[in-house]
Design a protein around this ligand. Structure first.
Ligand code: MG
Length: 400
């Protein structure tokens, strides 16, 4: 049986000129890191594709977080990251050598920039097909501007015939053995820093075919690119939904409560089938409400023994996964906790961080607030506590 195509995703660069204080591939676009968006596009394009990421050793933690934002069904096809080298060429070679050493050899490997999140399914399909047919192929599109070659003093030396010019992008597509061999030769003979893999194949004497690229498949580089990408993504997710959730649990004898995924010492505990985390339950229902997908009791029935004492993390994680599988994003989660005690303020930041991690969003999108009920009602009598949850999600209009 043939081995499914692999994609090397090159994300080892240190470029911070796009701003945000982290390498650009980890900077969020509309709440999700650029690299996560690129991985999602590739993995959704072809359900057999395996991804081999190449990253800088310093970015291990950032990469782990970015992968956790993928839905579990996609995450399974992302290999442990390979550490890149000093140049792009060295990074690609490291990735190819890792595949050669640790995998059944695929017939085809695609090599894609981590900073091109808009790669389409059709383009991935054309790339795989072109590699099978031609051995070495890259996507390109016609130049609409006139291009000049200049001399070293900056004067025009020549006007090029734009009919014979192509702008090339990625995914570049190759027979695996062909490009591995070409990279080994380039490292040995040419050394240097060839800026794309077509050049590596050319240097090894291969003819490289050009197939149809996509103008949309831009490489995100500058701060303006980020702004434009956000605008585009927002336009792709125009269906804004707000969901609400509410939960109550009674106090019983105990010594701690779970709230917002955080354990808090207290002179009582909350009674419930699971860990009785009212905050996570209210937020789970808010998310499910926003996408019209039942409620927590439908998906995790208290009648089922397996949820006894369960950590409520998995309820919220499941609801967040349902949003993602609809092609949507969570724009915000907000909870109000109603209790006389314990004090919430000292734990607020820990809860925000925990909720953000479970839901797979950045912490600036999570609000946690608390109020007492002025000693009135069941909350005032300290019989129990309540939480309200609110969620905003954005979905594509075609979400079924
Ligand atoms: Mg509950």
């Amino acid at each position: 049986m043939s081995v499914a195509p692999h994609v090397l995703v090159v994300a080892a660069g240190r470029g911070v000129r796009a701003g945000g204080g982290v390498p650009k591939q980890f900077r969020p676009i509309a709440g999700v890191p650029l690299i996560t968006r690129t991985l999602t596009s590739l993995l959704s394009a072809d359900t057999k594709l395996r991804v081999v990421p190449v990253i800088h050793p310093d970015d291990q933690a950032l990469f782990r977080e970015a992968v956790l934002l993928l839905s579990p069904d996609l995450r399974d096809r992302v290999d442990a990251p390979v550490h890149g080298g000093a140049t792009r060429q060295a990074s690609v070679r490291a990735g190819l050598e890792a595949i050669a050493a640790g995998h059944d050899r695929p017939d085809v490997v695609l090599i894609h920039d981590g900073a091109r999140p808009f790669v389409s399914s059709a383009l991935v399909g054309r790339a795989v097909e072109a590699a099978r047919r031609h051995g070495a192929a890259v996507p390109g599109f016609a130049v609409t501007d006139t291009v000049k070659r200049i001399d070293i003093e900056g004067w025009i030396g020549e006007t090029l015939d734009r009919n014979r010019l192509r702008v090339v992008q990625t995914p570049q597509a190759f027979g695996f053995d062909l490009i591995l061999d070409a990279h080994r030769r380039a490292a040995r003979d040419a050394g240097g820093d060839l800026t794309d893999d077509a050049a590596v194949a050319e240097a090894a004497g291969h003819r490289v075919h050009i197939f149809e690229g996509e103008a949309d498949n831009v490489k995100i580089t500058t701060p303006l690119d980020f702004v434009q990408a956000e605008t585009k993504l927002t336009a792709m997710l125009p269906d804004v939904r707000i969901g609400q959730g509410y939960d109550v649990h009674a106090f019983v004898e105990g010594d701690h409560v779970w709230l917002g995924g955080v354990r808090i010492d207290h002179d009582r505990k909350l009674s419930g089938h699971s860990d009785a985390d009212v905050v996570l339950h209210a937020l789970t229902d808010a998310l499910l409400g926003a996408i019209g997908d039942g409620d927590i009791g439908v998906h995790f029935p208290p009648s089922q023994e397996q949820w006894r004492g369960a950590s409520s993390d998995r309820f919220l994680e499941d609801a967040a996964g349902r949003v993602r599988r609809r092609g949507g994003v969570i724009a915000h989660l907000d909870a109000t906790i109603v209790c006389e005690a314990p004090k919430i303020g000292p734990h607020r930041e820990a809860m925000r961080a925990r909720v953000a991690a479970i839901a797979g969003i950045t912490v600036d999108r999570v609000g946690i607030k608390a109020t007492t009920s002025e000693l009135l009602g069941f909350v005032g009598r300290r019989d129990g506590m309540a939480a309200w949850g609110l969620a905003t999600v954005r979905l594509p209009f075609d979400a079924a």
